[in-house]
Ligand binder design. Sequence first.
Ligand code: HEM
Ligand code: HEM
Length: 162
Amino acid sequence: MSQPKGYSATQVVLHWAVFALIALQFLLNDAIGAAYRAVMRGQTPEFGVLVLQHVAGGVLILALVIWRMVLKVRRGAPLPPAHEPPILQKVATGTHLALYLFTIVTVLSGGLAWFGGFAAAGTAHEIFKTVLLVLIGLHVVGALYQKFVLKSDVMTRMLRPE
Ligand code: HEM
Ligand code: HEM
């Protein structure tokens, strides 16, 4: 993997687009939850636009995350900020990896629950989205710690492409 000075414009736009789409999945899930419970009870659910939004939004997230991973392998990512304690570097790298992983398994488990009708996949989806939420929380705390305590350029480089 190469070591560019910053993230490309595409990487920055994709990061914030995926953030916005994941936020929507967390904010708008009542309709899919109700529809899923109806299907599992053998009833005919209401397939409104919000059900479509959750399914299509999740599929779009998966596509964009795969695109991000391809870019990361091809182009690489900037080095951790100088003077950052090695333990923090490891936590940040591990969190990034886990964010990619749990985004993917959240989408896949949702797909298996919805299209396959597997109750276990529905339970897995609930667990995975909770882990994802915790990871996002850790990631945001890390970003704010970099900006306000370590005063590094990490936040800037996810806002200004290089
Ligand atoms: C990163 C992407 C996704 C996130 C963050 C996400 C998040 C959520 C959340 C927060 C809930 C509410 C769970 C609860 O009531 O406790 C939910 C429910 C659900 N989602 Fe997703 N979702 C994603 C992708 C998908 C996809 C792609 C599908 C289907 C193709 C899907 C299908 C479902 C179903 C069937 C439920 C109801 C499951 C249940 O209540 O047990 N999700 N999702
Ligand atoms: C759904 C929410 C989010 C997800 C899934 C996510 C995921 C990621 C991932 C996977 C990376 C690593 C990029 C790479 O090297 O390939 C990253 C970087 C970054 N994210 Fe997020 N992010 C989210 C939200 C946020 C938010 C809300 C902030 C700011 C408060 C933020 C700030 C950053 C920064 C500053 C970097 C660059 C880190 C560095 O260069 O070492 N992210 N994000």
